[in-house]
Design a protein around this ligand. Structure first.
Ligand code: SF4
Length: 366
């Protein structure tokens, strides 16, 4: 790709990546021959679900493959705005919008702060797609302060998830402000960032000042979002490594996406790749019924087939929890394949990972 001509010092510069995001058909066509559906998609999603792709993420696409998994996640298709997709799903299926703009308090001990609508790449399957149309806007200091006041007043809140959009797209000073204010609140123990930058623009983590800020406000956890093994690169590994060296654990939340990763072998490769770069696979989410993204949904049976395939082929450490988010903001529920074939009191018949039926009397008297 043309990008190979970009000098290394620019390629490794987060600000260069953001400044050079690809946002138009003309720019994109310099790198990829677009399909008719994509051209129509870019045109028809303008204003509603815009496009932006970092040169780094674009460079992961195989330009010869119209069904490349990175391409499917990054380049709009007309299907997003077609009636049969638009009529299903809701913009805010998880009921995140509440009284205080940007703040969701669903579980008693946790809150979600959404601090910006900006993203490095606008992922086509995003569960917060509704915010794309708001334009790229970080929350003001007044809005942030309102959220912080709420958290201060609610002593049951132990865990704050900072998300967006892309929360780590905020400047270092603003991040320092939010983190230092949160750390002044005695009942806040855990701070997490929901960030896709290790995948979309890992260069953000080459900024030592950002790493200093995160380390100073420990314990901080990163929840990231790798969906496909192609997203595991030398640069994403370097980003993860820099976080781990500062004592910041990195967990991953994958979304099950039709055409991208709804294949047991692809998922196994992804989970193995994540362990290799020391990222813990935490969740595999069933794709939410989000308006404009329901074409990415597949069946729960497919999800369970993948979970069965993983068991026995990778250590338990590499097996995420498969979960659905219940409608109406009722929270996450894990879905497990059933390994109990029969049960009579203490006598169980289990299905082993090879499919063998194995009898086991648990709690037999000693
Ligand atoms: S980076 Fe996250 S919030 Fe932004 S578009 Fe992608 S999935 Fe959505």
């Amino acid at each position: 790709m043309v990008f190979f001509r970009v000098p290394q010092h620019l390629w490794r510069d987060y600000n260069w990546q953001i400044k050079n995001r690809i946002k138009t058909i003309e720019e994109l066509q310099k790198f990829i021959i677009l399909t008719r559906e994509e051209i129509e998609g870019i045109k028809r999603t303008q204003g509603l679900y815009p496009m932006a792709i970092t040169p780094y993420y674009l460079s992961l696409i195989d330009p010869e493959d119209p069904n490349d998994p990175i391409r499917l996640q990054a380049i709009p298709r007309a299907v997003e705005v077609e009636e049969e997709v638009q009529k299903f799903g809701e913009p805010d299926a998880l009921r995140e919008e509440g009284e205080i703009p940007g703040l969701t308090h669903r579980y008693p001990d946790r809150v979600l702060m959404t601090v910006t609508t900006f993203c490095a790449v606008y992922c086509r399957h995003c569960m917060r797609k509704r915010i794309f149309a708001e334009g790229e806007r970080a929350r003001t200091k007044e809005e942030i302060d309102r959220m912080l006041d709420y958290i201060k007043e609610h002593e049951e809140v132990r865990d704050v998830l900072i998300s967006g959009g892309e929360p780590l797209s905020l400047g270092n000073e603003k991040l320092r402000y939010i983190l230092s204010k949160l750390r002044e609140i005695k009942h806040v123990e855990i701070i997490r960032f929901g960030t896709r930058l290790p995948v979309l623009a890992p260069q953000r983590f080459f900024d030592e000042e950002l790493l200093d800020i995160l380390e100073e406000h420990s314990p901080i956890w990163i929840n990231t979002h790798f969906n496909h093994p192609k997203e595991i690169t030398e640069l994403s590994q370097e980003a993860v490594d820099k976080l781990l060296r500062r004592g910041i654990p990195v967990n991953n939340q994958t979304v099950l996406l039709k055409g991208v990763n709804d294949d047991p072998r692809v998922m196994l490769e992804l989970m193995r790749g994540l362990l290799r770069i020391k990222v813990k696979p935490q969740y595999l989410f069933h794709c939410d019924p989000i308006r404009g993204a329901v074409h990415f949904r597949t069946t729960v049976d497919k999800g369970m087939e993948i979970m069965r395939y993983l068991r026995g082929r990778i250590s338990g450490m590499g097996i995420p929890t498969y979960a659905v988010d219940l409608p109406g903001g009722k929270g996450k529920v894990p879905i497990l394949p059933n390994y109990i074939i029969e049960r009579e009191g203490d006598r169980f018949v289990f299905e082993s990972f090879t499919g063998e039926a194995v009898e086991y009397v648990i709690n037999e008297p000693v």
